[in-house]
Design a protein around this ligand. Structure first.
Ligand code: SAM
Length: 218
């Protein structure tokens, strides 16, 4: 399997039509920020880069998954967000000292989060800093960039290394069998939603008794 464009989540024709307008607007925003000397590294201002297969959750989904991770981690728990920056951002927004978290992410724009940012490439799944000890996270939440067996298998190596046990995976429904094989996770009823319509059906998968077996973020 390769991680070619064929493996990437497909955009609907409506979303593709919006691409040109999106980049134009982005350019205008960047020009404005440069003019004003604005800092575009604040929470929530990092735009999707579709070259990196970035598709952000909508606010409701990010909030729901962040709260699920906090509940599953327990008081004083540690939560790792692997290729899932909007969940990390939602966790930070909670202003809650009952848990700690970090973001493992390929896109170095997220290094604005300082020591909690860890550069991560799923192609080298165990190339992690020594500070990330084996089985040291109460829950690992991951959303791999590609819908390929190879990408999920490698990301699963990272997840299994980091977690004490609990896993919350978000990926396409087409990955259900691979997800079960690599991580022993089962599909939940809850359906994650993105800020843009994706043609691929996305789902959450867990290996513990979660609060995600209702298709509602309320
Ligand atoms: C499908 S998106 C998941 C984002 C998630 N829906 C969210 O809202 O936070 C995939 C993520 O994988 C990251 N990514 C891209 N290439 C990667 C690589 N080689 N290794 C690890 N992560 C990568 C992207 O930057 C992106 O954050």
């Amino acid at each position: 399997m390769s991680d070619s464009d064929d493996d990437a989540p497909q955009l609907s024709s409506e979303a593709l039509a919006a691409l040109q307008e999106f980049y134009l607007e982005q350019q205008q925003r960047e020009d404005l920020e440069a003019t004003e000397g604005a800092n575009n590294c604040t929470l929530g201002s990092i735009e999707e880069n579709w070259q990196l297969s970035q598709f952000w959750y909508d606010t409701e989904t990010a909030d729901h998954l962040a709260k699920e991770a906090i509940r599953a981690a327990g008081k004083g728990g540690r939560i790792a967000c692997v290729s899932a920056p909007s969940i990390y951002q939602k966790l930070k927004e909670q202003n809650n000292n009952d848990f700690s978290t970090c973001i493992l992410e390929y896109d170095q724009r997220f290094s604005v989060y300082g020591a909690e940012y860890i550069f991560y490439d799923y192609n080298d799944p165990l190339n992690l800093p020594a500070s990330l000890k084996e089985h040291s996270f109460d829950i690992v939440l991951a959303d791999p960039p590609y819908l390929s067996e190879e990408c999920l298998r490698k990301t699963a190596e990272t997840i299994k290394y980091l977690t004490k046990g609990k896993v919350l995976l978000c990926t396409g429904s087409v990955m259900e069998e691979h997800a079960a094989k690599f991580l022993g996770v089962k599909m939940c009823k809850f359906i994650p939603k993105h800020t843009r319509n994706l043609a691929n059906e996305f789902r959450c998968y867990v290996n513990y008794d979660s609060g995600l077996d209702f298709n509602s973020a309320s």
